[in-house]
Design a binder for this molecule. Sequence first.
Ligand SMILES: Nc1ncnc2c1ncn2[C@@H]1O[C@H](COP(=O)(O)OP(=O)(O)OP(=O)(O)O)[C@@H](O)[C@H]1O
Length: 277
Amino acid sequence: MVKKPVEQFEVNENKEADLQVVSKNAAKTVYETKGLNLWYGEKHALKNIDLEINQNEVTAIIGPSGCGKSTYLKTLNRMVELVPTVKTTGEILYRERNILDKKYEVEELRTRVGMVFQKPNPFPKSIYDNIAYGPRIHGIKNRKLLDEIVEKSLRGAAIWDEVKDRLHDNAYGLSGGQQQRICIARCLAIEPDVILMDEPTSALDPISTLKVEELVQELKKDYSIIIVTHNMQQAARISDKTAFFLNGEVIEYDDTNKIFSNPKDQRTEDYVSGRFG
Ligand SMILES: Nc1ncnc2c1ncn2[C@@H]1O[C@H](COP(=O)(O)OP(=O)(O)OP(=O)(O)O)[C@@H](O)[C@H]1O
């Protein structure tokens, strides 16, 4: 009788592979929002949000003005709590820990989660000092090490070649598109895990926009990116997943190509086809 050791081995190997897939998927979730509600005073701005955000993906948040996109983004680094009237319920798990728990140190969160804003906001300092700012705050004083971080971050933000000969010039002397990439480099210098972007190209010209979009595609190899955008073509071009928000609710969340080509909800279809918003 012929034994079947190979088949047996194959079965075992598959089981192991299955287990690996399961554990890999578990590690892939960077944020899990569960039943999140947020009020600004009486205004119920986020309603029962459930969203899972994956690692090394670009997640786009779209929806008409006032639907809660920026508010949701700002809950992810707890910036929203700077507004004194804010009240939240529910959970936001970041790497499996609830960041809304008062015991969670917000400083720790901000070293893991960087943010890029709509309007480029470099500090009124040299290009070099803009990038070295975060590492210096974290106690790095060694000049050689700072030089390395500055170069690596500027390269990572695809702006090194444009500024390498003027590192000690004021960042205000750069164009808007260059300033935005300096802000992205400043974010990379703290070696974050996640980058939040709130309409990062809305103040930029088309060429700078394209550069930032290409950069986002490049950065997702190393980071997880969540981007709020009004520009639906941009969401379709650069994101893996898209969440459509309306009146504080997530109406639909799916692979970007499904949201744009075959949405399940009529309201999503109406929005992505430009019928309102
Ligand atoms: N600081 C605040 N105090 C009170 N209400 C606020 C505050 N910030 C936002 N809101 C309200 O919460 C709702 C959601 O606002 P949010 O800025 O998150 O929307 P958005 O989708 O990002 O809009 P836009 O696309 O215009 O930037 C809006 O009704 C807004 O007026």
